[in-house]
Design a protein around this ligand. Structure first.
Ligand SMILES: NC(=O)C1=CN([C@@H]2O[C@H](COP(=O)(O)OP(=O)(O)OC[C@H]3O[C@@H](n4cnc5c(N)ncnc54)[C@H](OP(=O)(O)O)[C@@H]3O)[C@@H](O)[C@H]2O)C=CC1
Ligand SMILES: O=C(O)C1=N[C@H](C(=O)O)C[C@H](O)C1
Length: 255
């Protein structure tokens, strides 16, 4: 079997590290990268990341036309751009290319669009694609059932420049039926990659579940896991949480 061809949207703080993880994995070949501007146009992501071979030619959004995805076929498209990226790959969905979107904040319009793509191809959408945070999210829901009267607070910490509230924290609030305004606490300092903590407060004890991404490579590894899962799946909407929840189901009988 040939290598799995990957196209990436976004070549910023995270896209670059994600590209590097795919370049480092012999199962994959990085076909192209699309970014917003003209920086490094037609250069190779591989060269820019220090490799001595050509892979991942860099395109700008101006290059995307109706034939882009036909002329440059890939086996999966991975999106670490921003909420506008999704408007550019309808043709990829129509061509049946599996799509992984890691964008942390979509408005309703973009959510509707991604759902429409899921009718055409397999789509995995996850505001936090790390394996660990999804394990934590499933564990938190189990804990909430075991201790339904615990007070619960969510604390999310990110780098100073992150403007929006963590999409992961909002998702955690949602699955635990907590009001975001009341129970979500955000901290922006220095260069924290991403840390989420769920505090369960009870009268005589406190349980803290936390996950920390110590390198953006965690997002690349999550994307690799997601691609491997998604290829070959029928059209539909998938999430990391449901994949991990299934793993919980299969591995719960530890005693
Ligand atoms: N789900 C997850 O696990 C994670 C999600 N994220 C999310 O990924 C996204 C990117 O994060 P980050 O790398 O830090 O952001 P950056 O601002 O550092 O980079 C954004 C990149 O996207 C490119 N871009 C912007 N608009 C488009 C577009 N329409 N089409 C193609 N490329 C575009 C930019 O291009 P140019 O360089 O030309 O300006 C840039 O390369 C954010 O939404 C972030 O929250 C981040 C980490 C983990
Ligand atoms: O912007 C980021 O970087 C991250 N965003 C995600 C979020 O908003 O939850 C996930 C991750 O922690 C990094």
């Amino acid at each position: 079997m040939g290598k799995i061809r990957i196209g990436i949207f976004g070549f910023g703080k995270t896209g670059k590290v994600v590209a590097n993880e795919f370049l480092n994995d012999s199962l994959f070949t990085l076909a192209w990268v699309v970014r917003k501007g003209q920086n490094d146009h037609h250069k190779y992501a591989s060269r820019l990341l220090g490799y001595e071979f050509d892979a991942g030619e860099i395109f700008s959004i101006e290059d995307i036309d109706d034939n882009f995805f036909i002329e440059r076929p890939v086996d999966a498209l991975v999106d670490f751009s921003d909420s506008t990226g999704i408007y550019l790959y309808k043709k990829a969905a129509e061509a049946g290319i599996p799509i992984i979107s890691a964008i942390s904040k979509y408005e309703q319009e973009e959510m509707n669009l991604i759902k429409s793509y899921a009718k055409l191809t397999s789509v995995l959408y996850s505001p936090n694609i790390t394996l660990g945070i999804n394990v934590l999210m499933v564990a938190a829901q189990i804990l909430q059932k075991i201790a339904p009267h615990a007070d619960i607070e969510i604390v999310e910490e990110h780098f100073k420049g992150k403007k929006e509230v963590s999409g992961t924290a909002k998702r955690i609030a949602n699955v635990l039926s907590l009001n975001e305004e009341e129970h979500l606490n955000s901290i922006r300092v220095g260069g924290i990659v991403g840390r989420h903590e769920i505090i369960f407060g009870m009268p005589n004890q406190t349980i803290r579940l936390y996950h920390e991404s110590i390198s953006r490579a965690a997002f690349g590894q999550g994307a690799i896991f997601a691609v491997k899962y998604l290829i070959g799946q029928p059209p539909g909407m998938y999430t990391m949480e449901t994949i991990i929840a299934e793993m919980f189901r299969q591995n719960i009988p530890v005693y």
